[in-house]
Design a protein around this ligand. Structure first.
Ligand code: GLU
Length: 396
């Protein structure tokens, strides 16, 4: 039968992270012992104090539609969080709560980007940015970085990528997939460039803020000259082990927040009422409540660096945050392993899945064709087992 779907959906790539997770799940269901290191999802339970707030909300009959932009108490908690953790002053009218940070990002792109506008993406970047821009008929423009610069760009690279068509720059620190973190000094240098181009907006994705192993987190909107042009996106999924609860939020200039609410009002309305109440408990709690998870991720980072570092041909950076490592595996391109020729990162990731039964994600999806992403949001036992299998599969 003829494909009757729109060009929009026919041309949309499938999310590589979700596709790999689905493939791993399918193989697992077929009885194959797959170790899933593809998805960026904490393996902890949601902390009890958050679960209890959700139970309380059910018992208190929070069951109606919420305001599209979120409960006012939650928006106040978000303002308090922005002030406490980031030194940012937002009023509740500048806050929009969404169905995950992914929706916050999609809202911003939809309300700012016109067909033909350029959106600058700092590669490696999270897989969905470019698809979200394409859906808005914008042009995703990559600014490339690699392991030699710890996956960070210079002010000159930013300047060289800017054209008359540039509308938005998407930045993400700590970064998914590289784990790199921009220091305050580095962000100030990028802001110096952007000061010359007042028509450009900045979307700062800070979802990994708390998964940080030592470099102080710095919010781009903290730079006075950038505040009125920056949209700060965050959420509870990663820091509070709440991926499935689907609560993200943004702080933005009033007119952008208002437009995001209008957009969301036509597509999904307010986010889930129980999850919103639980998020108030999460954000009101001191950050020390989640330190045990960050400590554990840090230990796992050390473990995976040590184990992967022992495999010849794999080049590593030291991730400073998030729970991913993004090795350069290009030295394997052109080689034949166990009778299979590896030409690129996608074939490398498929090879690991088939030969080692370890699910990772190809760097192509992140705009970085020499790498693969490995999530270490898994137990130490799983990490050890996975890297031992990878090591064996890569041995001559
Ligand atoms: N953001 C996570 C990841 O990169 C979850 C999956 C997704 O939405 O892409 O793995």
């Amino acid at each position: 039968m003829k494909n009757k779907l729109s060009d929009r959906i026919n041309n949309l790539p499938v999310s590589a992270t979700l596709a790999m997770a689905a493939k791993a799940r399918e193989l697992k269901n077929n009885g194959i012992d797959i170790i899933g290191l593809s998805l960026g999802e904490p393996d902890f339970n949601t902390p009890d104090f958050i679960k209890n707030a959700a139970i309380q909300a059910v018992n208190d009959n929070y069951n109606s539609y919420t305001p599209v932009d979120g409960y006012s108490e939650l928006k106040q908690s978000i303002c308090n969080k922005f002030k406490r953790d980031n030194g940012l002053n937002y009023q509740p009218s500048q806050i929009v709560v969404s169905n995950g940070a992914k929706q916050s990002i999609a809202n911003v792109v939809q309300v700012l980007v016109n067909p033909g506008d350029d959106v600058l993406l700092v590669a490696p970047y999270w897989v969905s940015y470019s698809a979200i821009v394409t859906l808005a008929e914008g042009n995703p423009i990559e600014i490339r970085s690699d392991i030699s610069s710890d996956f960070k760009i210079t002010p000159l690279q930013l300047e060289n990528a800017i054209t008359k068509r540039t509308k938005l720059v998407v930045i993400n620190s700590p970064n998914n997939p590289s784990g790199s973190i921009y220091t305050e000094k580095e962000y100030l240098a990028l802001a110096k460039v952007l000061e010359k181009y007042p028509e450009i907006y900045i979307l700062s994705d800070e979802i990994y803020e708390h998964i940080n192993y030592g470099i102080p987190h710095f919010s781009f909107a903290k730079i006075t000259s950038m505040y009125n042009r920056t949209i700060t996106v965050n959420g509870v999924a990663k820091a509070f082990a709440m991926t499935g609860w689907r609560i993200g939020y943004l702080g933005a200039p009033n007119w952008i927040a208002k437009a995001c609410t209008k957009m969301q009002g036509q597509i999904t309305s307010g986010a889930n009422c129980i999850a919103q109440r639980a998020t108030i408990a999460a954000l009101d709690a001191p950050v020390s409540e989640i330190q045990y998870m960050i400590d554990e991720f840090k230990e796992r980072r050390g473990l995976i660096i040590e184990l992967l570092g022992g495999i010849e041909g794999i080049k590593l950076n030291q991730p400073k945050g998030a729970f991913y490592i993004f090795p350069d595996i290009s030295s394997f391109f052109g080689k034949t392993l166990k009778g299979k020729k590896i030409n690129n990162a996608s074939e490398f990731a498929i090879y690991l899945l088939e030969e080692a039964h370890v699910a990772t994600v190809t760097g192509d999806a992140f705009g970085s064709p020499n790498n693969i992403r490995i999530s270490y949001a898994a137990s130490k036992e799983e990490i050890k087992k996975a890297i031992a299998r990878i090591s064996k599969a890569l041995a001559d």
